[in-house]
Design a protein around this ligand. Sequence first.
Ligand code: SAM
Ligand code: SF4
Length: 349
Amino acid sequence: MSSLQSTESRDERISRLRAEGRLVDRFGRVATDLRISLTDKCNLRCTYCMPAEGLPWLPKADLLTDAELVRLARIAVETLGVEEIRFTGGEPLLRPGLPQILQEITALTPRPQTALTTNALGLSKTARALKDAGLDRVNISLDTLDSQRFHDLTRRDRFADTIAGIEAAAEVGLTPVKINSVLMRGVNDDEAPELLRWCLERGYELRFIEQMPLDGGHVWDRQQMITAEEILHSLQEHFELTPDPAHRGAAPAETWLVNGGPIRVGVIGSVTRPFCGDCDRTRLTADGQVRNCLFAVEESDLRAPLRAGASDEEIAQRWRTAMFGKRAGHGIDDPSFLQPSRPMSAIGG
Ligand code: SAM
Ligand code: SF4
């Protein structure tokens, strides 16, 4: 950082970043991490995410085509300073064009880092092709090591497929393989140490995520939520955890070295330990809406201008405006908190 920059005030910094065309907000946060939802559909029905009957899916005509999606990603990378793109959903592996999308996005300059958040169903067959197409890393959701519990929790009998997908990801080098787990009281909250042991033995990095009020069935209950504190307590009964010297930065997970390292465990305390002040994310839904926060109630439509022939710069400007209005925090603990009308599966977790 130059001496000129180091003495600038927050307002001067924000003005400079705006002049540079970056995705800055009025609190000075800069979005460099883009999460793209590739579909709102899913082949599991995790109880904390979707009701058993599924949700009213987005109409096909509303979904961005692969070409539209790649164009928006290009604008984000080339014009707005996005450095990392994560594909999510719904279940992103259900999108047939994913390898081609990856190829086109990793051909951009500068090449963004690419990642996928997935339930890993079918990944055992596609991991190699995705790696070859430019995928760098994966986060795979696995909440239990018990196949019956997996069935109860996801309402599908697919435990073996998820495990095969995890193994394939590691085998082809989609590393570090990260495992995401959500614990629920009376369902799988006794499994934290077991999940960590399993990950340690295989060299996977485990991250627990506090259950958030984003489920399509509106079943979230603060009293029932397993807190970051409880998770840490249960792990500390079996492992020595020391705070990770690597700074947390914009990463949502607070991390600890397990038994002296090098493997870490992370806890994402979105509800009880919010990290909004360091957030560097911007989100694009499968139907082309920018969301400046997972919990935002407003969205900004990029699909309509895109289809009406807007220029790259016009679209970039809409995106900047959408991000500039980002709120300071999600306010889950605020009595006036409203759950967004879109569930997590349609926003992209
Ligand atoms: N289907 C993919 C998967 O499950 O990894 C990607 C989409 S899913 C919405 C992304 C992540 O959000 C998963 O790790 C999932 O466990 C998590 N998730 C879904 N609903 C959640 C909730 N209500 N609270 C916390 N995490 C949730
Ligand atoms: Fe599907 Fe992922 Fe939601 Fe589970 S968490 S229902 S795998 S979108």
